[in-house]
Design a protein around this ligand. Structure first.
Ligand code: UN1
Length: 499
């Protein structure tokens, strides 16, 4: 299938993708695959106005009926899974299997949200006053801006959008400038669901194509009730204070510097497979990628040399070709950042296995790299940094407390895991004084979370939660209602105020 045929299969016509100031390239070979028109800040203001009008209608549609739209979206995504999965691979460079996985994650969250549409439960609360009742009600919050990153160009949109839609909020989506095509293809899929749904208001989903300055209109607009942003800590630091300054609702999912502790009793075969998937999957460009391996000194020499052997044989290549496990980095700048990190780690006393550019002759304009393992004498500053590339820093420990301290001694707090068959170690890791991350796993790597749990993390990761559990509450406003059905007016706290 040529690039052009794939774009067309995804509903993107040549007319839509052949002119404009934004050049979209594929990391597969670095070539330009589309040109798009970008939006100006004024266009985004108009989108916010449209969303505001859509909100007024959508908030009054019963939630189970809103769920029907998301059910149809899930059906359309099922039908489009292969094409969209392939486009994800083409546009962001992850392997096709992971592209399919990403679309499956969209389908899963749609299913979750459909059920949720009949379960936006509030509370009934005991009132202290006779003849009174109290309850807590959840109402739609308002237009929701969803800002997404290149590495997961569509699933995080779906985690937000599926929930926001059943919660009664229209969406304005600002995808990464590096991956606008997958967003526009998803918009086409959504349009098909809308057509089948029938009577939805105009403007439930609008897509902004443009740079950060264009997206900033959404961040600063008082009419955007919720801003949910996925990306770097730097982006979060720019967006967060602006939304907080206007008291908007904020959901931030920022960087991770995720670790695995491998205890002396660990099943090393299981650990090995988990490590390789988590550290080199999506070429180390997941926010949940495994970046630090903290191995008990008794098993270090059984695990790390084997890992280096597996790394040396990993199939690197075209992410759309069968058998490839490691696709390219998003661009040359990412490869340079990886290189700098490896140099810094070596300067700190690290021993580097792997690293460096791959397939330069076949793809001179792309950024394929050899995944790297770096044996570190200690957790130095470079290890504490999140480098968005397949670098795995390995360190030794003796006592579990020491391993947990190393695991927590980074500014990020997204995902973490322990490999152990010792119940005490596992439970200690999951306890209040264990991992400080939003995700803590046992005998499973840090990446590849299911949608049913709340997804997000602490500290520099931003504190937001998306996807499952009760993350839906972030897209609604809460009202406490006290109802007096008596003939008297008793005041709370027994206050006497006779007039
Ligand atoms: C991301 O990298 O931004 O847990 C999201 C995972 C995926 C989502 C990653 N379900 O790795």
């Amino acid at each position: 299938m040529t690039y052009q045929t794939l774009l067309e299969a995804c509903g993107l016509s040549a007319g839509q993708t052949s002119s404009g100031s934004l050049a979209v390239t594929t990391p597969v070979d670095g070539s330009e695959i589309a040109r798009l028109q970008t939006h100006a800040p004024g266009d985004v203001e108009a989108m916010v106005a449209t969303a505001k009008t859509a909100f007024k209608a959508w908030r009054d549609v019963p939630a189970p009926r809103r769920g029907e739209l998301v059910r149809l979206l899930g059906e359309e995504l099922r039908a489009a899974k292969e094409d969209l999965g392939r486009l994800v691979a083409l546009e962001c460079g992850k392997i096709y299997q992971e592209g399919l996985g990403e679309v499956q994650e969209m389908i899963d969250i749609c299913d979750f949200a459909v059920g949720l549409s009949r379960q936006l439960y509030g509370l009934t609360i005991a009132s202290e006053r006779p003849g009174h009742s109290m309850r807590e009600t959840w109402h739609p919050a308002g237009p929701c801006a969803v800002i997404t990153a290149f590495n997961f160009p569509v699933a995080p949109w779906a985690w937000n959008a599926a929930l926001a839609l059943v919660c009664g909020d229209p969406i304005i989506w600002k995808p990464s400038e590096k991956t606008p095509l997958t967003a526009l293809a998803t918009q086409q899929i959504f349009e098909r669901a809308l057509d089948r749904f029938g009577d939805a208001p105009e403007g439930l989903l609008q897509v902004v194509v443009g740079d950060a300055a264009t997206g900033n209109v959404l961040v600063e607009s008082p009419d955007v009730a919720v801003v949910s942003a996925t990306g770097s800590v730097r982006m979060g630091r720019a967006v967060g204070p602006k939304v907080a300054a206007r008291f908007g609702k904020l959901i931030l999912e920022l960087g991770g510097n995720n670790a695995m502790i491998v205890g002396p009793s660990a099943d090393l075969e299981l650990a090995l497979r988990a490590i390789v998937f988590a550290a080199v999957g999506t070429a180390g460009q997941r926010c949940t990628s495994l970046r630090r391996l903290i191995v008990h000194e008794d098993v270090y020499d059984k695990l790390v040399p084997r890992l280096a052997e597996v790394y040396a044989k990993l199939p690197i290549g075209d992410p759309l070709a069968d058998g490839t496990l490691v696709g390219p980095l998003i661009d040359g700048a990412a490869a340079e950042t990886m290189d700098k990190a490896l140099k810094a780690a070596a300067a700190d006393g690290g021993t580097v296995h792997g690293g460096g550019r791959a397939l330069v002759d076949t793809y001179p304009d792309a950024a394929y790299v050899h995944p790297a393992i770096v044996e570190m004498p200690a957790q130095t500053d470079i290890v504490r940094e999140e480098t968005f590339a397949p670098i795995l820093y390995c360190m030794k420990y003796r006592e579990l407390d020491e391993a947990i301290a190393i695991q927590n001694d980074v500014s990020q707090g997204l995902s973490s895991c322990i490999f152990t068959t010792d119940l005490r170690e596992a439970e200690r890791f999951l306890s209040a004084s264990g991992s400080d991350c939003g995700i803590a796993n046992v005998n499973i790597g840090p990446s590849g979370a299911e949608i049913g749990g709340a997804f997000g993390g602490e500290k520099d990761t931003g504190g937001g939660r998306e996807s499952g559990s009760d993350a839906w509450k972030g897209y609604m406003r809460r009202a406490t209602n006290t109802i007096n059905y008596s003939n008297a007016l008793p005041l709370a706290q027994g206050v006497s105020f006779d007039i």
